[in-house]
Design a protein. Structure first.
Length: 80
């Protein structure tokens, strides 16, 4: 499937609806770009761990912003 999209002056591109549905990308969700060995650009949704809130019992208050920042930092560093 091939669909064209235009890059704005700010470098933004709209991900076509068909691809957003295939990858289950929601508004406001982060995505990861990477370059493959063949030079192709890969797009991958970053899981939102805030959706798991309530799965684990703890007395520590959950800080969604700090959790996301830590995850993205580890993702960029290649630890994940």
């Amino acid at each position: 499937m091939t669909i064209l999209s235009t890059v704005t002056t700010k470098g933004q591109v709209t991900i076509p609806q068909e691809f957003r549905q295939m990858l289950n990308i929601k508004p406001g969700q982060k995505v990861q770009f990477s370059k493959g060995g063949s030079g192709a650009i890969k797009l991958k949704p970053v899981p939102d761990f805030a959706d798991m809130m309530g799965y684990f019992k703890t007395k520590i208050k959950y800080n969604k912003k700090a959790a996301r920042a830590a995850y993205v930092k580890d993702l960029i560093a290649g630890k994940i």
